[in-house]
Design a protein around this ligand. Sequence first.
Ligand code: SAH
Length: 338
Amino acid sequence: MEKTDILSLAKEELEEKIVAIGEKKFRAKQIYEWLHTYKVEEFSKMTNLSAQLREKLDDIFWINSLKIQKRLVSNIDNTVKYLYGLSDGEKVETVVMEYKHGNSICISTQVGCKMQCKFCASTKAGFVRNLLPSEMLQQIYTSERDSGRRINHVVLMGIGEPLDNYDNVVKFLRILSEKEDMSLRHVSVSTCGLVNRIYELADLKLGITLSVSLHAPTNKLRSSVMPVNDRYPIEELMKACRYYFDTTGRRISYEFALIDGVNDNRESADALIKLLRGQNCHVNLIPVNEIKEGIFRRSESVEKFKQMLIDGGLNATVRRTLGADISAACGQLRRDNN
Ligand code: SAH
């Protein structure tokens, strides 16, 4: 019999399994605490359980864990970037960033990505597999343990398209919401715009922030850098975003990576203002990270572009660049170490 990945189980699911093997329900609570509060990775360390039960657990379940393959620490701002090895030898990246209000972690949701955005390093070598809920959780737990920092913000903006791994991501969010020290109000999910899933996610009313990678204000321009736009054009994406706000009351954060000579001119700013005017939303401007395989250069007009948006009535900020000395564009560490 194949063992069950115990760290991917929500509280209720674990309870059902524990009762099904003839144990009392409160045992599940104890085990859950060992896994998600004390974060032990071996059943033998669950010392308030009998040796017999610990052995039984070992026969039925396994505890997924990650290996630190690489750790890069920024000398500028303490940002830590991890390359984690998964149980099957695949690798993903995770970044821990320090802000005034606490520590934020950027986690991966897939090994590779199918979406083929032209400026993104994570998608260049294609898609390998979805991450399990346990592998998303362990990026947080392992990074907390190794860095000694308590993490209070989680963003799903690493390698992969979260909404293309919808079921596992939702399960991960549910497990996270069961933790006393974490509120889903402090969690952001970033998507390239899988419209059908945005509707589903809205209906769950999880309280998370949705970040939408827009990057271009017209279909022609967006399709030229993000092939997903052919499947879900801007009008449909905007409809879904409005639905998300109306249903959840959480305003959308639009990501806009500024690329020199592509989307950083007056015309782009005007089109973006026209597109978003009247929406309760926020625009997050990112100077594009230049990737090795890329043809795109970082825009020189980031501040000017921001001002144009503000003058046009939009809410816009420029994302702070962290870990400039260690980062390389997201996805590059994994590519360089395969
Ligand atoms: N697939 C999801 C989340 C992962 S990418 C998404 O598309 O939103 C996280 C963010 O980084 C997205 O906004 C993505 O478009 C952006 N991004 C990818 N490559 C980039 C690069 N080279 N420079 C700046 N931003 C980039």
